[in-house]
Design a protein around this ligand. Structure first.
Ligand SMILES: Nc1nc2c(ncn2[C@@H]2O[C@H](COP(=O)(O)OP(=O)(O)OP(=O)(O)O)[C@@H](O)[C@H]2O)c(=O)[nH]1
Ligand SMILES: [Mg+2]
Length: 309
């Protein structure tokens, strides 16, 4: 058990190594030097936090709170500062409940996001994760627009060993979603994961299609989808936040998946995205393989970016 947790923690740490070097490394250098918390120090701290994409608002909040605590004597040395930083970031990232609830059977999850964000890969990773936990999983190729999208998901379905519900390219995505929900009910599946297109002729078209997907699956199962996960590319920074707002407003998104954290030093973007969207981060993607997905754990995340080595 402890070994498993240790392994998981190592994996998160590896995936976040660029962010750790950028935030943790710079902070340790600042703090370890035993400097006084003066104006120069605060400027350098500000630069470090902004460079990690924590965002202007949170950075300013941290700096003014830090100054207050310093004056009050609550923060006297580097370790106090680090402890405060960890505590405030953990609080900022705390999630109300956990991952997917499985309070309905089948539990239907719609996965949305702009093209290239990592939707299809995330579906494969989620299918693998829950299959490994003994759940019966169905996946659906709701991206009928992009050539090769169905094939890509078929390859993942074969690799993970789960059934794929699909149509032809150019087929009706809403019909695929309906069929997938119907199949999930018929087979007594625990989980139905529905992939969607990231790009259509234009954005309005895409939103209309996604709304139709929701509406049509509800004809078979009125409570579906039970979760709508918005997949965001962590390397897209502020762009990701803008894109997310469009989806959040029209799609009833319930949670976020932040992908490609392994490829960026800007893992602090999680804090910004969380704050600006007010949506919990449910999973993080830390690689291209089917095991490279972790449920988002604020404590492990904060430890991983501030931890040493
Ligand atoms: N390094 C890294 N790469 C990832 C991660 N998640 C996805 N990718 C890669 O990002 C690329 C796009 O992933 P897809 O899953 O096809 O993205 P998508 O959102 O389905 O894209 P469309 O179908 O075009 O809308 C692929 O090359 C993936 O291997 C991740 O967590 N880390
Ligand atoms: Mg895709």
């Amino acid at each position: 058990m402890f070994k498993a947790i240790g392994r998981l923690f190592t994996k998160v740490k590896e995936g976040l190594s660029k962010t750790r070097t950028a935030i943790g490394g710079a902070l340790r250098k600042l703090i370890g030097a035993g400097r006084a918390i003066d104006r120069r120090f605060l400027e350098e701290l500000e630069e470090t936090l902004l460079a990690a994409d924590i965002g202007v608002a949170k950075t300013e909040e941290i700096l003014s709170e830090l100054q207050r605590r310093y004056k009050d004597g609550e923060i006297a040395k580097g370790e106090d500062l680090l402890a405060y930083l960890k505590q405030t970031l953990r609080a900022e990232l705390a999630n109300p409940d956990h991952e997917l609830l499985f309070d309905q059977k089948p539990y239907v999850v719609l996965v949305v996001g702009v093209n290239g964000a990592g939707k299809t890969t995330t579906i494969a990773k989620l299918a693998k994760r829950y299959k490994d936990q003994g759940k019966s999983v169905l996946i659906a190729a709701g991206d009928t627009y992009r050539a090769a999208a169905i094939e890509q998901l078929q390859i993942w379905a074969d690799r993970v060993g789960v059934e794929l519900i699909k149509s032809q390219t150019g087929g009706d995505a809403a019909a695929v979603a309906f069929d997938a929900v119907a199949a999930g009910i018929a087979r007594g599946s625990d989980l139905v994961l529905i992939d969607t297109a990231g790009r259509l002729h234009n954005k309005e078209h895409l939103m209309r299609e996604l709304e139709k997907v929701r509406r049509v699956m509800q004809k078979r199962l009125p409570t579906a989808p039970h979760a709508t996960l918005l997949v965001l590319d962590a390397t897209a920074g502020q762009n990701a936040v803008q894109q997310a707002k469009v989806f959040k407003d029209s799609m009833g998104v319930t949670g976020l998946v932040l992908t490609k954290l392994d490829g960026t030093a800007k893992g602090g973007a999680i804090i910004q995205v969380r704050r600006e969207l007010g949506l919990p981060v449910r999973f993080i993607g830390v690689g291209e393989g089917m095991d490279d997905l972790q449920p988002f754990d604020p404590d492990a995340f904060v430890e991983a970016i501030f931890g040493d080595g």
